[in-house]
Each structure stands twice: as C-alpha cells, then as structure tokens.
Design a binder for this molecule. Structure first.
Ligand SMILES: *Cc1c(COP(=O)(O)O)cnc(C)c1O
Length: 387
C-alpha cells in the first residue's frame, strides 16, 4: 500500500484493481482496431459497446448518446464551442458561473473573443448560484446555460433539476460539467433536463485521458474532430479501447456502490472535518454546509499560507491541494473562493482535502494531527517574525 496519505481525490484518483484488470487484455491481446473486420477486433468493438452502456447507465441515458473523448476538459470545450457554432444563427449569449472549472471558463473567454456575450453568474457565500439571477439573465439571444454539477474546489452541488427546468421553459440548451459529480452522486439526465453532460474517467477510479460527452438524441452538435467517422462521425480518431473499457468498468462499479459509498465517504468526511475543527478551532469550513460532495473538505486556516501548509504536509506524507490542481500553476488565489466573497488573504489560506472510500479513519486522524503540528509551527514562525 501507499506510504502516503492521499487526500486529493478531486484532482485524480487511484485506478481501481478491477479497472486495471479489465483494461489489460486490450493492450497486448485484443488490441485490434475496433473498426476492423477480424475477430480480435470484434472483441474490442464488443467491449467498447459494453463500456458505452455502462457509462450511459450511470446517468440514465442511451448508449448512442455517449461520445467518448480524451477527458473532461475536451468534453467541456466540445459542448460549449459546438453549441456556439451550431446556434450562431440564433444567438450569441451564453450563461455560465463564476465558479466553473477553467475548461469551461477559458472556453467562454475564447468565445468572447469571437463575439460571444457571456454572463458569469455570481454565487453566494456557499458557492451556490441564484435561480432568480439565472432567470433574469436569459434573453432571446441566449443559446446555452452551462452550470457545473458540483464544484471541484469546495464541493457545492448545484440545483441541476431546477436549472434544467428553467432551461427547458426558455428553450435554451443546458450543459453541465459533471466531472466531480459523475459516479459520486445520483444524476439523471432526463429528469434534470440535461442536453449535454461532461464526465471524466480519472475522477472515479478510472484511467486518465478518457471521458465522454453525453449529447441528447436529436441535438445536431457539430463534430469535434473530422476524421475516420468514429463516434458516429463526430469525433474522429481510433478509439482508446483500454481507456474506454476502464472507464466503463469504473462507471459500473461506481453505480453499484453509489449509495453505500456516499454514506461511507460522508461519514469519513464528517469525522475528519469535526476533528479538524476541534483541533484547529480557528479553521473555517468553505462551501455549502450540506449540499456538498461526499468527499470534500475545504478549509481556510487564518494566519497561515495554504501553500506553505501544503509543502509541509507533503514532507510528512499527506497529499492535499490548495483548491484545484490546475490553479496551482497559475498565480493568484482561487477564483471560486473569491467569487464566494472570501478576501484574497482568506482565499490564500485555503486547503482542500478530498476523500475517497479508500481512506481510513486512522489515516484521517493522522492527517489532522500532522496538520495541527504544522499550523502551530507556522504560527510560531509568524510570531517570531513580528515580535
Ligand atoms: C478534473 C475536472 C475537469 C477536467 O477533466 P480532465 O479529464 O482532467 O480534463 C473538468 N471539470 C471539473 C469540474 C473537474 O474537476
């Protein structure tokens, strides 16, 4: 087992043994191109068909509505750019939020350069949008509402069903970046009136570099990649068969265990959060008090720099993150926490722990203990500096 405590499951997850097992035959045995005519290829094609059904079942859609991609970022890009291209004759207005993943925000920014008008909905202190603000933002020019299912930094779960209802009433397409939610909490594309949904394999125990976009039947989304007609002509390129098989397996495992796993991870999260707040009483929990992902604990610890804490945590074998894996490379505090009204300083003090069913209570106790020592140590240094 690991010699570190892994609390960064929102950034990526360990591939499950069953998933790896399921993938292995498609590297050196049934490695045929699924489009070919001979039997080893037929086996690969069959496995892809099964995986398509497995990933579709998690959101209650048909397998013909699933288009495999190379991950969540690609699916987000495709959905938003595709709708913009498809509906350019109808309007140019997109509604999204200030707390989206950069795969959505930067795609919208790019489209603004091409003439799109984008409304970035604000959020409250818990990271939740206002449905009233959403309704008020819709105009005859609006072609797309893109709101994430659950936030990757603070875990806040958005009211997808109500958003979908509003989108349907106004005949506007609804896309959701469900990368954090898919396989972790229940999602029903039909009930939630979702037209387009992005998901990624590596956030639920599957491999990296595989994901899908759900495109509701009848929607004429333009192709993402012109090529050899794969994915019904919409996303050319030889299929990533092992990746697809791995994602299918991870999706099936997640669906089967969802209720049980949600309970287990929430229990671990609540023990961890409670203990953390007990040991470090000044720490503040960021995000929604109950509408949040099972595994997310995002805290601000006043008076200490998040980055310094993370480096010291790493030295003691605890893997956590400052909010999103992607914003590490970029300068500046999290756009999500700033949108929630935190000050620059508060946002810089934030640390995200994201748990999974693989964590143990023992590990979590150890992590709190280590965190406390680090905070005490950092505060001592600060005191020496200023007295
Ligand atoms: C991780 C993540 C993505 C990006 O997915 P990749 O498969 O890594 O490209 C997009 N959106 C959210 C909310 C994520 O958490």
């Amino acid at each position: 087992m690991n010699d570190f405590i892994y609390l960064d499951n929102a950034a990526t997850t360990r591939v499950k043994e069953e998933v790896l097992e399921a993938m292995l035959p498609y590297f050196c045995e049934s490695y045929g191109n699924p489009a070919a005519i001979y039997s080893p290829a037929g086996k690969a094609a069959k496995a892809v068909g099964l995986a398509r059904q497995q990933v579709a079942d998690v959101i209650g859609v048909k397998r013909e509505e699933i288009y495999f991609t190379a991950g969540g970022s690609e699916s987000d890009n495709w959905a938003i750019r595709g709708v913009y291209e498809m509906l350019s004759g109808k309007g140019n207005h997109i509604i999204t939020t200030k707390v989206e993943h950069h795969a959505v925000i930067n795609t919208c920014k790019y489209l603004e350069g091409l003439g799109a008008k984008v409304t970035y909905l604000s959020v409250d202190e818990y990271g939740m949008i206002s449905l009233e603000e959403l309704k008020a933002a819709i105009s005859p020019q609006t072609i797309l509402i893109s709101v994430m299912a659950a936030n990757n930094e603070v875990g806040t779960i958005m009211p997808l069903e109500q958003i979908g209802e509003i989108a349907r009433e106004h005949k506007v397409l609804f896309h959701t970046d469900a990368v954090q939610a898919y396989g972790h909490i229940p999602l029903d594309a039909e009930k939630m009136h979702i037209d387009l949904l992005s998901a990624s394999g590596h956030k639920l125990g599957g491999p990296k570099g595989i994901g899908f976009l759900y495109v509701k039947k009848g929607l004429k989304l333009p192709p993402l990649i012109y090529g050899g007609g794969q994915e019904r002509g919409r996303r050319g390129g030889t299929l990533n068969v092992p990746g697809i098989v791995g994602m299918g397996c991870a999706a099936e495992l997640a669906l089967k265990a969802m209720n049980e796993q949600m309970k287990q991870v929430m229990y671990l999260r609540d023990c961890f959060a409670e203990k953390l707040l007990e040991e470090i009483p000044e720490a503040v929990l960021n995000g929604h008090p109950y509408n949040r992902l099972p595994g997310n604990v995002n805290v601000t610890i006043p008076g200490v720099e998040g980055e310094s804490v993370l480096i010291l945590l790493d030295q003691r074998g605890v893997c956590a993150s400052s909010g999103s894996a992607c914003s590490m490379a970029q300068e500046g505090p999290s756009h999500v926490l700033l949108a929630m009204g935190l000050t620059q300083e508060e946002a810089r003090g934030a640390i995200r722990f994201s748990l999974s069913e693989e964590n143990t209570e023992e590990e979590l106790d150890k992590a709190v203990h280590v965190l406390k020592e680090i905070v005490v140590h950092l505060r001592e240094i600060m005191l020496q500096k200023y007295t």
